[in-house]
Structure formats: structure tokens, C-alpha cells
Design a protein around this ligand. Sequence first.
Ligand code: ZN
Length: 464
Amino acid sequence: MKKEQKHNHSGLIPGTAMRYIFSVSILFTVSLVCNSQTGQTTTDDSDSGKRIREYIDTLEIVDTHEHFFNPELLRSTNFLDFSLLLQQNSYDGFLAAGMPTELLKKLYVDPTPVMEKWKIIESYWNNSNNTIANRILLNSIKDLYDIHDLNAATVETLSGKIRAAYSGDWFNHVLKDLCRFRYVIADGDNLGKRDDYIRYVKRFSPWLTLNTKFRIDSIAVMQVEPIYTLEDYVKSMTSVFEDALKRGMAAVKINASYKRSLYFEKVPVETARKVFRTIINGNEDLVLSAKDASPLQDYMMFRLLDLAKKHKVPVAVHTGIQAGLNNTLAYSDPTLLINLFREYPDVKFVLFHGSYPFGGEAATIVRNYPNVYIDMNWTWSISPTYAGHYLDQWLEAVPASKIMAFGGDQRCVENTYGNLKVAKKVIGDVLTAKVRSGYFTEKEACRIARMILLDNPVSFYNLR
Ligand SMILES: [Zn+2]
């Protein structure tokens, strides 16, 4: 209880406070080492790994992708307890290990007691706690809450500590003080502008995956503007786009591959109009097949990219692995996007999630198209081995200026903290190996760390 009171007061638990003080003190020491490196006086290879890791620790970082719950709203949910940390990678693992989907309601919607939640997940946790997402969770609760395992004996205490943390400014504390993020880019604008360090990307799914009349009606009601024609429909997307621009949209986000293929064909306006008319003149319950709806969706993608081009807004595309169950991986192959990269050479695109598992395809595309970049967000909690292997390869195959290395893609700051720790270690290891093999000098390795963690995303997303 004493610990919780201290925690409430300062936003820090003692272990964390110690680490913070420690990391501030090494910050100065390492800056000195790196300055001396830039003078090229350092030749001791055996310590290069240590110095690179320490240099990475001094960096401010851009977190390019998150799905955080608004911390204030979190207080009124039924999952401000240990189950918060299971969002979403851990419970995706439970579902893959056979947990019935209906149980998610017991975990996240109903007011279920903590111990009952633990009993629901225990066997699935035991069958899947090998995954990196769960390793990260264990590591995070150790560092942040001084809890050394997740089990029947710890879930109550952990849940109490989580609730106590969120009664203070835990959210900003973890992101700003512990992770040292200069910017965080949220998927959606539910967090507002916190000291201006939170930016957001906007999704345009209602226009890119349309297949019902209901969807058009909903947009019209939302905008208080009737939609009768294809032109009205394009206008509705334009006004949402322009509004998002005013509110600081950092990029357009395309997550269509959960619903359809990333291949968007260039179709004549009359073909799109025919589909639009079928929908608008149809019954309320009309649902077009993927094949019948796609010409209109394709047309809208090109109009969306026209807007991105006009307003110089970058476009982030979900490529590779999708969250949840029963997805179609073939939909999210980044090579399906190539016609768009060609058609819009002035639009900057970024392939999210390191295109897992299409890392080789991603490298080839990024090398072939000056307007396409890669972002490694989420890879750290899918497979750091994949992330390290491809970072190693990408640093050989593509300009370092086209790689953005960190985004957590998490729902809570605790898991992002853990993801960052993994990312820093793997990036440090990859760069150190490249110094030891003579591929990079230590000075070059430090410069690349800074580029991929800070400079590249600042420049790509115009973060000023
Ligand atoms: Zn995401």
C-alpha cells in the first residue's frame, strides 16, 4: 500500500525512479563518448556494442504507430486491471491457442472480478506465454510494477498497481519520461494533442471498403449532407480529409487489407458510377459481393490519393500480418500496391509492420520506388528475430533514410515500453554485428541508429 501511495504522488515507483535517474546519468556520459567518436578517436571494438547500446539509450525516439486507449476513458472501463495488458497481441495468442471468442466479452465488457478473469485465461496463458508479446508483458510488469510473474498469486496486486498508476499521469510519464518519445503517432485522433507530442493518422475505410447502402446513409447523416451522386460521395471524403488536415493529420492510413485485396485497379469513372448507382438505388439490406463492389472502392482509392498528392500528406499502408483471426494474408501482400506507387510518384507511401512476412518483397519495392518507405512498427512484438534479420538485410539493400524502426502498435503504454526495450536491444545487436564485421564504423552505426529511430520519421511525417 505504501508503494501505491508513493506511486500516486510522484507517478513513479521506486524501481522505475532509480532506472530513470540512471538513464539520465548515462545520457551525459554517452553523449561524451559519441562526441569523441565523431572525432574518430575510438578504436576499441570490444566495447563498441556497449557504446552503441548506450548511445541508443540517449536518443529521443519517434513512435510511429499506436492504438492507445485514452487514459481518462480507460478509468470508466471494466478492464483497468491486468487484462488491459493482454490487449491485443496476448489475447490474439489465446484465441489462436483455442480460447472461444465469446470469452472476450467476459474479459473486456462485463464487470468480471480479476480472479475470475485469471481463471478464464490461465490455460491459454500457459499454452502461449512463450510468444514475444507475452515475454514483453512479463518484462514490462517487472520493470514498471515490480511484479515478477503473471499468475493467480500476482494478478490482484498487479491490477491494484495498474489502477493506482492510472489515477495519476502515468500515460505521459511512461511515454515522455521513460520511453523518451519526441513524438507518438496514434491511429485515430482519440487522444487529443497532449503537449503537442501526439499526432495522428486518419483512416478512410468508409470510402475504401464500401459495399452497402447503409454505409452511404451513415456518412450522409454524420455530415448532415445528402449523398445522391458519385460526386457527392467523393465530396464527402474530401471534406473529411480537409477537416482531418486542419486537426493535424500526419498521414492517411489504409487498413483495407482486413477486408479486401490491396490491389486497387484504375477504373473509368463510368464503371464506378454504375456500382454507386446499384448501391444507392438498392434496398437498405443490399450487400454487394467483393467483386461487384471493388470498382467503386478502387475508384475511391485513386481519389483519396489525389487528395494526398494535392495536400502532400504521406500514406501509410497496413501490409502483411493482420490482427485477430481468420484473415486473408494474400490481401496484404505489398507487391499488390505497385501500380499505385507508379501512378503517384509524388505521394510518399510507407509499408507498415515491416510487411511481415513479406520482408524481401518490401526491400525490393523500397529499392525500386523512391516514394516508398518501410516502417518496422509492430514487428517487435510479432518476432524480433524477423525484425533483426530484415533490418540487417535492409541496411544492405536499401538506403537507411527509407527505414523507420520503431512503433509499438499497442493499446497500452506498458506494452509499448516493453516493445521499445526489445527494439533497442535488437537494433543495437544488429548495428554492433555490422561494426564488428567491418561493415560500418562505430560512428556510422550511431548515425544510422539516430536516422531510423528519430530523423527519418520526423522528416517522413513532417513532424515539427
Ligand atoms: Zn496498428
